[in-house]
Design a protein around this ligand. Structure first.
Ligand code: TRP
Length: 447
């Protein structure tokens, strides 16, 4: 079986992170931490990448894209990602991805893309504004799901952990993979159909105002940026109710407790809850929350700062990751080019070159029973043209052959037996029938 869709022994888990923002506490607890955790499980072969091509769809600010790439890469590394174990790379370092994206684009129905939520949301918003339905919609936005499918299918990922908003994109990736398999698979699937993975038990952190923590709500708590001080400033802004110190608090109903729980053991969370219900003041509770978060992320912050101060270290890690990724992507892309007809099938190319070899004249050396060296000359069609005289010195044999090849053989005369003596430097290299001389000359020239 030659198909790359055959399951590797391990489960390939792959996810991408769009490099257009600065990681906040919600990203960390909801995506980065669980992903790093799952990458250490036995049987998991994890692929994590910086989706910087996707960033261009959302963000036309080069400085932001560059800064975000650094921050996100440094966050994952400082967060404990073992970059030797996993494959951690930058999408734009793997040129096979955009190449695959084009192949997939050519089998993707436009109607399928018309139904994408993100695109439809733009169209609906334009309708409300009374402007052209496609106002502000780029081809990048429209084709976003195809690029995402290429990310996933390039590595034949089995599982793709994402947020709920990405479920439709995964369904589209499966659709596109199926279509491609059907068109080009010739009976064996080229692509694995990826499964979406939604982690129900992973924390969705509330932001400062209680809504989901998100950059778009402007309610985030920074992860590393700004240090412990920025963390403290943000935590101070968490909205609480107006109960005073000494009054029992509704722990379950407070965002502050939800945040605390995301960074605490079950035991620590139970203690904190009891303290709140026992009347702990919100000021003290915020102090405790800061300490709890700091206990987990404080130790990583030094490494984060160090990486941010040395971008070349991050670049080295990303480059090594891209090399690792391309060791998979390059041969698979050869197979895909062949499948769609952009390249000669490897097997045919090989047998053709084998035939090409056979179609060439050959001079074959060997030792005879006396231990002396001789050569046989074969024409391109395999006909044996001559057998040389025996020589004790193989170098002399070779050298005479080369000299004969330089000589104009048509001037030579046959002897009484009808044989022509092919000589150089006064020595006979070989004798051959006169009627073969022209072919010998041709064969020698072709060597
Ligand atoms: N679209 C994803 C997001 O916004 C990011 C992403 C790009 C991705 N390519 C991917 C996720 C491939 C999983 C697999 O979250």
């Amino acid at each position: 079986m030659t198909s790359s869709a055959k399951s590797p022994a391990k489960t390939r888990v792959l996810t991408g992170i769009t490099t257009s923002g600065t990681p906040h506490l919600g990203n960390y607890a909801g995506a980065i931490r669980p992903a790093i955790q799952s990458s250490t499980e036995p049987g998991v072969d994890a692929f994590f990448f910086l989706a910087d091509f996707h960033a261009l769809i959302k963000c036309a600010d080069p400085a932001r894209v560059a800064q975000s790439r650094m921050e996100i890469a440094a966050t994952w590394i400082a967060g404990g990602l073992d970059t030797d174990r996993v494959t951690f790379y930058r999408q734009s370092d793997v040129p096979e991805i955009p190449e695959l994206c084009w192949m997939l684009t050519c089998v993707t129905a436009k109607g399928l893309m018309n139904r994408a939520h993100a695109y439809k949301a733009s169209v609906d918003a334009n309708a409300l504004k009374g402007v052209d339905p496609d106002d502000g919609v780029t081809m990048g936005l429209f084709s976003y799901p195809v690029l995402m499918a290429a990310d996933i299918l390039m590595f034949n990922a089995h599982r793709v952990p994402v947020g709920r908003d990405q479920i439709q994109h995964l369904e589209m990736a499966r659709d596109i993979a199926q279509r491609f398999n059907h068109l080009y698979g010739r009976g064996s699937d080229l692509f694995v159909l990826p499964e979406v993975q939604i982690d129900e038990d992973v924390a969705t952190l509330p932001g400062l105002d209680g809504r989901k923590m998100s950059k778009s709500y402007n309610n985030t708590i920074p992860l590393f940026e700004g240090g412990a001080k920025a963390l403290k400033t943000a935590v101070a802004q968490i909205v609480t109710d107006s109960r005073l110190p000494g009054e029992p608090k509704d722990a379950e109903g407070s965002h502050l407790f939800t945040l605390y729980r995301a960074f605490a053991t079950a035991r620590q969370a139970a203690d904190f809850r009891a303290a709140l219900e026992g009347g702990l003041g919100w000021g003290d509770a915020k102090q405790a929350l800061c300490e709890r978060i700091e206990a987990q992320i404080g130790p990583m912050r030094a490494q984060y700062a160090d990486l941010m101060a040395h971008p070349e270290r991050v670049e080295d890690i990303l480059r090594a990751g891209a090399e690792k990724a391309r060791r998979i992507a390059m041969p698979f892309m050869d197979q895909l080019r062949e499948a769609v007809g952009l390249r000669q099938p490897a097997a045919a190319a090989r047998s053709k070159s084998a035939a090409g070899k056979a179609a060439k004249a050959r001079l074959v050396s060997f030792r005879d029973e006396d231990g002396r060296f001789r050569q046989r000359l074969f024409a391109a069609d395999g006909t044996e043209l001559l057998l040389t005289e025996p020589f004790a010195d193989p170098k002399l044999l070779n050298q005479l052959g080369r000299s004969v090849a330089q000589t104009d053989l048509s001037a030579l005369r046959a002897d009484a037996d009808g044989l022509v003596s092919l000589e150089a430097d006064g020595q006979c290299w070989a004798r051959c029938p006169a009627d073969l001389v022209a072919r010998v000359q041709q064969a020698l020239a072709a060597l």
